[in-house]
Design a binder for this molecule. Structure first.
Ligand SMILES: [Zn+2]
Ligand SMILES: [Zn+2]
Length: 156
């Protein structure tokens, strides 16, 4: 995986929210849980885990609500106050990270997921690469997904 030159930027559909990502993410995977299907309107979302210190809101206002995730943990979903586009969420159990929605990046061509979580909720017609680190639910640790991401980056 060829990472871009950081910082990179992204934003919401209406353009009010703009953010900057200042360094490489820790990991990037697909989530097939029911909540991700609901809020995306499709089969899964992509979760790009970044350090809180590396993500900076540079325009607009994010509003959120706290939802009980399928894992039983609480996740604060944050989206544009004007158009509602979900930009990132804050897993309250892990206050040092944000889970950014990479579709909001201006250029996400480099952002390829390296694994899958909640595969037991995946739709039967979705193809899951068995060679990837995949988890039937919420993994106890994201470290295997971080390791897989680092390995893809190291390949260049
Ligand atoms: Zn907006
Ligand atoms: Zn999910």
């Amino acid at each position: 995986m060829q990472l871009p030159a950081f910082p990179v930027e992204g934003g919401c559909q209406c353009g009010a929210v703009r953010y900057r990502l200042k360094a490489a993410p820790l990991g990037l995977y697909a989530c097939h849980c029911k909540d991700c299907q609901r809020f995306s309107g499709t089969t899964h979302t992509m979760s790009m885990v970044v350090r809180v210190a590396d993500a900076e809101l540079i325009a607009g206002e994010l509003v959120g609500f706290d939802k009980a995730a399928d894992s039983g943990r609480t996740v604060r979903m944050l989206g544009c106050a004007d158009c509602g586009t979900k930009v990132w969420n804050e897993p309250l159990a892990s206050p040092d990270i944000l889970v950014l929605k990479p579709g909001t990046l201006d250029d996400m061509s480099w952002a390829r997921p390296v694994g899958n979580i909640w595969t037991d909720r995946a739709q039967p017609w979705v193809t899951i690469d068995p060679a990837m680190p995949n988890f039937p639910g919420q993994p106890a640790s994201r470290q295997p997904l971080y390791d897989a991401f680092a390995a893809e980056v190291a390949k260049g």
